[in-house]
Design a protein around this ligand. Sequence first.
Ligand SMILES: NC(=O)c1ccc[n+]([C@@H]2O[C@H](COP(=O)([O-])OP(=O)(O)OC[C@H]3O[C@@H](n4cnc5c(N)ncnc54)[C@H](OP(=O)(O)O)[C@@H]3O)[C@@H](O)[C@H]2O)c1
Length: 400
Amino acid sequence: MTADIAVYGATGFVGKLTARYLAEHAPEGVTVALAGRSREKLERLRTELGPRAADWPVLTADSADAASMRTLAESARVVATTVGPYAKHGLPLVEACANAGTDYADLTGEVLFMHETITRYHAAAERSGARIVHNCGFDSIPSDIGTLLLHEAAGEELEDTTLVVRALKGGPSGGTLASGMGEMDAAKSSRDLANVVNDPYALSPDREAEPDLGPEAGVRGPVHDDELGMWLGPFVMASINTRVVRRSNALQGWAYGRRFRYREAMGMGSGAAGRAKATGLSVGLGALFAGLSFGPTRKALEAVLPSPGEGPSEKTQQSGFFRIDVHTRTASGARRVCRITAQGDPGYAATAVMLGESALCLAGDRAGLPERAGVLTPATALGAALAARLRAAGHTYDVG
Ligand SMILES: NC(=O)c1ccc[n+]([C@@H]2O[C@H](COP(=O)([O-])OP(=O)(O)OC[C@H]3O[C@@H](n4cnc5c(N)ncnc54)[C@H](OP(=O)(O)O)[C@@H]3O)[C@@H](O)[C@H]2O)c1
């Protein structure tokens, strides 16, 4: 039987949350398979999910076994995968889905992994009709869908665009930290890989065709934005999200404009207090990255940070939230903003909604999706259909 959706990595931290979200929210008639490397754990999870999941098939598949990746890709119309770090475990599944014409959604925030899937599998996915959609979680759905909605509402090209995180409560999972450290290590091991990670257009479909807009390093230390009237500090996800949003622009034939400049930052408020907060954040983040790239302090930090498979309690997850504004100045000089909010820890509860709805969107909204295949972004694969689903699920995307 071909399932509508297979959740791969269903026994991991975010995989379980996504499976639970689908058990509670997938419309009647949508069939879901639970996939992972341990049948015993999958069967236990199916029991925990209750009556809605009682007849869901269970599929065992190890990412190191290419044949089982092909079987997985052929057993569902959409595979939603949380098996990470993706650079370590993810390529065989992308290859299998690209060849089989199976739609795919993941939670990667690893630029090197995405760069590799684009180089190796974009053409195969275009040929088979598969939509390979990375970044279907907190990174990078708010950034990518927020910018798309701003462009649609403006009806003209965008220029300086800044995503400002106004408030955020939540923390990274062990899996996310393992993925981030893996990418950091890879970039340290090779100058070529470091160049990819540092390139603002690392995910461009045609690097040579990108406009030269001068330095696009983003917000790395405290800066005052006079137009927004506030101090900004660095946002940890910016180095991923900015590349995804730029890829969305390029895949749409630079519809946002050839003068579209995009950056992301934490909003730290105004005046002396805002300046002090922006400075404190910059110093703290700098110390964390320095600590993680130096052997002895890395060991000490790893001992206190969550390990893969670990994450916060249900209560902590539910009390999390985020509030984000994406500000833009259009080509005619108009100023617009997209206000995005969601309840639930951004990387857990809110991400499970985003990945679950992305999978449902790929499975159920085919006729309304942009006519595109290949290695895509949330905006270019799912666009307004996903925004409608997220709004219905309680996330806010208000364009003013
Ligand atoms: N974009 C976002 O906003 C966002 C948010 C959260 C997480 N993430 C990403 O999502 C990924 C998962 O995070 P997590 O916290 O859920 O991690 P996790 O708890 O460590 O889960 C990893 C999953 O991968 C499975 N796995 C590991 N090796 C495998 C193999 N060889 N074959 C098949 N399955 C294998 C594990 O199976 P077992 O259960 O059998 O061990 C587990 O189900 C990470 O890469 C993280 O960076 C992204």
